[in-house]
Design a protein around this ligand. Structure first.
Ligand code: UD1
Ligand code: CA
Length: 450
């Protein structure tokens, strides 16, 4: 039997943020979601989140996670006090309790699996993860013998100068024998620099405490401030890019690009410099993104090219090119073999296969058929100040430069719109629509001789 408890009640004072620390985002997921995911392989019997500071907000943010229990710690009097809150809900529980600090987001699931396996095979009362850090400043120091038996953990601020030279640090990840821990928890004292109850003090009170040193020190990075947040983001981004490189994605200048955890890429995708993908993007084979593009929740089929453009919650069909300087907004659905060119904005519109909107257009709340050619500067005037209206343009129609289509309006198939027209009425299939003042020329106006 295994229970997992994540400590997430602290304010995160050192972050200087209105957002609770455990809700800070890292590559598209919050710290606490990452911590929960690191214990995901184990299929624990119980999963408990200890909340306190802005408890309701944290609970609400995580309410989508099935079977997660919330236990409130009020006030927040240290990590030992946080775990004391488990005494009532785990009264009848017998088994291991895995305790994870809510601010250690880079742990790999394999590492947690190893910790639990090592704990089970040694039969210790507690096994904790440690790392030898080049710069252990701020972390608790772990005092252990050559066999891996731990005698004490001393917080950085409580250490003597000499103790600070020990660079074996506590990662804040522990596998306890719950019954043994429960027996000593009530006896914790707050005799330390912060006047708090420290979970780390239980190792001295338990008979057999062991530690397991991680191979990759980056995994145990704890986040207490924004510098550490930025360092973890950089490490995570590197991990993600390397993962996708191994899957057949080329990054021309990797460190200038960021991707989120929930992006998916096909093979032979090329990501040019300064390109960023957020949310759940799905990028098909042979797409070429960037330089200088920003995609969020974008779905691109195969062979799509995007240059210096922004795509947000939109879909793009195969072999379509987007940009430079295009903006596809939510619910834009572009077909195959289309061309969305310079300074074109598309919102909540479908554009069918083979259509072109090449220059300086706004297409909003519209439905364009196949092989429509939208002339430079064509605007769908979709908004009357109160409501949005639809524009429909049939297959094979062409709009001249600088046309304004005042919605609601339907242009049939094979329509031609004369340049400079402002249209307010529907146009039948095959018609030429001209909606502009007739040109008059005044002869000899300037007095200039021909
Ligand atoms: C803690 C450890 C330290 C370890 C480090 C690893 C203790 C006393 N110290 O220090 O040995 O090296 O983590 O990153 O445990 N929390 C609560 N309730 C509280 C206080 C904290 O739930 O009353 C939660 C916080 O939200 C956070 C976690 O516990 O997720 C750790 O708290 P934090 O204050 O960051 O501890 P550190 O000083 O980093
Ligand atoms: Ca911390």
């Amino acid at each position: 039997m295994l229970a997992v408890a994540v400590l997430a009640a602290g304010k995160g004072t050192r972050m200087k943020s209105a957002l609770p620390k455990v809700l800070q985002p890292l590559a598209g997921a919050t710290l606490v979601e990452r911590v929960l995911a690191s214990a995901g392989n184990l299929l624990p019997e119980r999963r408990i989140l200890i909340v306190g500071h802005q408890a309701a907000r944290v609970e609400q943010r995580l309410s989508h996670i099935d079977g997660l229990e919330f236990v409130v710690q009020e006030p927040q009097n240290g990590t030992g006090h946080a775990v004391q809150q488990l005494l009532p809900p785990l009264q009848d529980f017998a088994g291991e309790l895995l305790v994870l600090n809510g601010d250690v987001p880079l742990l790999r699931a394999d590492t947690i699996d190893q910790l639990v396996a090592s704990h089970r095979s040694s039969g210790a009362d507690v096994t904790l993860l440690t790392a030898r850090l080049e710069d252990p400043t701020g972390y608790g120091r772990v005092f252990a013998d050559a066999e891996g038996q731990v005698s004490a953990i001393v917080e950085h601020r409580d250490c003597s100068e000499e103790q600070r030279c020990n660079n074996l640090t506590n990662a804040g990840i522990y596998c306890f024998n719950w019954r043994k821990l429960a027996a000593v928890l009530p006896a914790l004292s707050s005799d330390n620099d912060q006047g708090e109850l420290y979970l780390t003090d239980t190792v001295e009170m338990l008979e057999r405490a062991m530690h397991l040193e991680v191979n990759d020190c980056d995994e145990v990075n704890g986040i207490n401030n924004r510098r550490q947040l930025a360092q973890c983001e950089a490490l995570l981004q590197q991990r993600l890019r390397e993962h996708w490189m191994d899957q057949g994605v080329t990054f021309i200048d990797p460190s200038s690009c960021t991707v989120s955890e929930t992006c998916q890429f096909g093979t032979d995708v090329v990501i040019e410099p300064q390109t960023h993908l957020r949310g759940t993007c799905q990028i098909g084979d042979n797409c070429r993104l960037g330089p200088g593009s920003f995609l969020e929740n974008a779905v691109l089929e195969t062979g799509v090219t995007v240059v210096h453009s922004v795509i947000n919650s939109a879909r793009v069909g195969s072999n379509t090119t987007v940009g430079p300087f295009a903006h596809l907004r939510p619910a834009a659905v572009i077909g195959d073999d289309c061309r969305i060119g310079n300074f074109v904005e598309v919102k909540k519109s479908s554009i069918a296969n083979g259509s072109k909107v090449n220059h300086l257009s706004y297409i909003g709340d519209a439905e364009l058929g196949i092989k429509v050619n939208v002339g430079a500067g064509t605007i769908t005037a979709n908004y009357d100040g109160v409501n949005k209206h639809r524009t429909v343009i049939g297959d094979g129609s062409k709009t001249g430069a600088n046309s304004v289509l005042v919605a609601p309006i339907t242009l049939g198939k094979g329509v031609t719109v004369a340049a400079g027209s402002t249209l307010t009425k529907n146009v039948a299939d095959g018609a030429l629509a001209i909606g502009r003042a007739k040109q008059t020329s005044k002869e000899n106006w300037s007095g200039a001789k021909p």
